[in-house]
Design a protein around this ligand. Structure first.
Ligand code: PRX
Length: 652
């Protein structure tokens, strides 16, 4: 077994610091430190050089242009994301390579393998179907699909005709779907009859039917994944397989302006209302392509597996566009990692000889809990590199992943980024390192990160601050919030002005420039890798008419990272009961989906409030975390805190 990494004990305080060995350095796309200085000296030139690797039907005139809240990349250039993902490889003679491997959850079903040519054919057909339904360049298309190949086909088809997609996570509720379809103004939705999860057939069409009520959606394209027994509404609902069959496989890719909208993806902000993050074409293409290539060391013949759901940005960039633009094989798995048993992940790696695995800390903690015997049953020697994303990883989970899954030979690339950034921003590169538990690493070459105090001054190494990204901004960084540029400005460019993007993440940096992310500094939680605002859970609970007032805070959780805890005041005359607790859980499931369900609902008679009547969530957060509650002098009802302490057995 080749040793991809070696131990280095330079500093006794830093026990686990790993560096790439010679073999890893040789193989990696970049292995010379100088790339950082070179990119820093000329970020625009750096990104422009990377952009040359893609296909542009018209070269850009200017790499970067900046005006407050209006920055542009590759100005004047024209390209197509789907062309770069598919046609480019076929034209280079690689059309018979496998683009996608889909592993269904039921073990008796065969995996589906699509070559680049086959994928191109299906994408072109669906693109023509969409055109036939009246979708034109610039029209938004909703995608509400589970983890099936059609999710990638649908995104690619939209990209092919320049219709921005808006993918909604399939476990989101009908209400969530509705809000997003209305905000995006989508007239067509692509969904499925259902999917398998933990051995059960889940009916997705039912949710889609409920979710499109009251939206502009006029046509629904339905993929038949199950037995197709769902009701279809005449005129409105159309079977995907029937439409595809009759469609032409010739569909030239629409050449898009570099700054044309590529897609929308809704994510949680600090309010109850998710925001439509806008990504444009050229900058997104370039950064997705090059980060996928360098971070995950993608080479011809690699079989790369990102376990994220297509409904999240990680699925968009690192299941679909990033790997496909690199011409490798991207693996998708439909179901749950414990079906039929807790070894499914490792069985899939063995079966498809996966070379890179990219997953989330919450999943790693779960695998660790299930026990070493599961991975031990399988041959994981095909793995060359491991990645993590979504939340800070703890040392135990990192070491377990490194030793038990990576066999001590695979670097762990801890990628920090956001829906807004579209692609990775901070992580060590496989050929350069270092790989240190809990440390993401340096900003990707060409990305300028700064850790600032509240006033905007850089903090010294070792001290905590707020992570900010400085102009020239990374090319894939969001260009706006759909329909709400004021919110865009307020959220990202008010704290430190228009030239410094505010990430809402706390961080610290060491003397070598390696960054540790300490977590969100706003009211956004990461629940089992799912981004969720406390305000979203609050507004969901408030929709139940038995609720008078509600406050939601996050609490750390061993497996999920963080979980919501709800303090609920019921209306006069409504008594607390387990029934009501159940009902409220149901309300959250209906409004958001199962991801939003509180870990605990605490019924209270009063919550701490300021004199102006604002709930002091800071105090509630300290209470559920057993931390000091701090200064209470501004409270109008300080006695409520003592009462709460007693109720929840506070010992802080
Ligand atoms: O707090 C950071 C955390 O996830 C947030 C972004 O969530 P979302 O937009 O859903 O995108 C997740 C996938 C890119 C960030 O603000 N986060 C993401 N990656 C890491 C992380 N926290 C620590 N370490 C990471 N590697």
């Amino acid at each position: 077994m080749s040793e991809a990494i070696k131990w280095v004990k330079k500093d006794p305080l830093k026990e686990n610091v790993f560096w790439p060995n010679e073999a890893m350095k040789e193989r990696a796309w970049v292995s010379d430190e100088s790339i950082y200085a070179e990119a820093k000296a000329d970020p625009e030139g750096f990104w422009a050089r990377q952009a040359e690797e893609l296909h542009w039907s018209k070269h850009w005139d200017k790499a970067y242009e900046f005006a407050p809240q209006n920055y542009k990349w590759f100005v004047g250039g024209k390209l197509n994301l789907s062309y770069n993902s598919l046609d480019r490889h076929i034209e280079a003679g690689h059309g018979d390579r496998i683009a996608l491997i889909w592993e269904p959850e039921p073990v008796d079903e065969e995996a589906v393998k699509l070559t680049y040519k086959e994928l191109h054919r299906l994408v072109s057909k669906l693109a023509n179907v969409l055109k036939g339904l009246g979708v034109q360049k610039g029209d938004r298309v909703g995608i509400y699909l589970p983890m099936i190949p059609e999710a990638v086909i649908a995104m690619q088809a939209c990209a092919r005709i320049g219709a921005p997609h808006s993918v909604v996570f399939s476990a989101f509720s009908p209400d969530s779907l509705r809000d997003r379809m209305i905000d995006a103004g989508a007239k067509v939705l692509i969904t499925a009859d259902g999917y398998y999860r933990r051995g059960k057939a889940i009916n997705l069409k039912k949710n889609a039917d409920a979710g499109i009520q009251g939206t502009p959606v006029e046509k629904v394209v339905v993929v038949k994944r199950l037995d197709g027994s769902v009701p279809m509404e005449a005129e409105r609902d159309l079977w995907y397989h029937e439409l595809i069959e009759g469609a032409s496989a010739e569909c030239p890719a629409e050449q898009m302006d570099s700054e044309d909208l590529a897609f929308l993806l809704y994510t949680s902000g600090t309010t109850g209302e998710p925001k439509g993050i806008m990504h444009t074409t050229g900058g997104y293409a370039v950064q997705s392509y090059i980060t996928a290539k360098w971070d995950f060391d993608l080479h011809e013949g690699d079989v790369y597996w990102c376990t994220a759901d297509v409904g999240w940005i990680t699925g968009h960039t690192y299941i679909n566009y990033g790997p496909l633009m690199n011409g490798v094989t991207s693996v998708m798995y439909e179901g749950s990692p414990d079906t039929p048993d807790c070894g499914r992940m490792w069985a899939i790696i063995e079966k498809h000889k996966i070379t890179q695995l990219y997953t989330a800390p919450t999943a790693i903690r779960m695998f660790l809990k299930w026990g070493d015997e599961w991975p031990a049953k399988h041959d994981l020697s095909s793995l060359r590199l491991l990645g993590t994303v979504g939340e800070p990883i703890n040392v135990d989970a990192w070491m377990w992943y490194f030793k038990k899954i990576g066999g001590g030979r695979c670097p762990i690339i801890d990628t920090w980024w956001q829906t807004e950034s579209g692609a990775t921003l901070v992580n060590s590169l496989p050929g350069i390192g270092p790989f240190i538990p809990t440390i993401a690493g340096r900003p990707f070459p060409g990305v300028i990160g700064r850790i600032l105090d509240a006033g905007g001054s850089p903090v010294p190494a070792g001290e905590g601050g707020y992570l900010s990204i400085v102009s020239p901004f990374p090319p894939a960084l969001t260009r706006g919030i759909y329909g709400d540029m004021e919110r865009f400005k307020a959220q990202y460019y008010t704290e430190y002005g228009p030239e410094r993007y505010f990430t809402s993440d706390g961080a610290r940096v060491d003397e070598m420039g390696n960054i540790r992310i300490t977590g969100r500094v706003d009211d956004v939680m990461n629940v089992a890798g799912h981004r969720l605002a406390t305000a979203e859970v609050e507004s969901a609970l408030a929709q139940n008419d038995k609720v008078s007032e509600v406050a939601v805070v996050s609490r750390p959780h061993d497996l999920k990272g963080e979980v919501p805890v709800a303090f609920v005041l019921l209306k006069a005359g409504v008594a607390h009961s387990d029934e009501i607790r159940k009902e409220l859980m149901g309300t959250v499931t209906t409004v958001i989906g199962p991801t939003g369900r509180p870990d605990e609902i605490i019924f209270v008679d009063d919550v701490p409030k300021t004199r102006s009547g604002k709930i002091m969530r800071r105090v509630l957060k300290a209470l559920v975390r057993n931390e000091p509650v701090g200064d209470l002098t501004t409270l109008q009802n300080a006695e409520s805190v003592d009462h709460l302490k007693e109720m929840i057995g506070y010992s802080g």
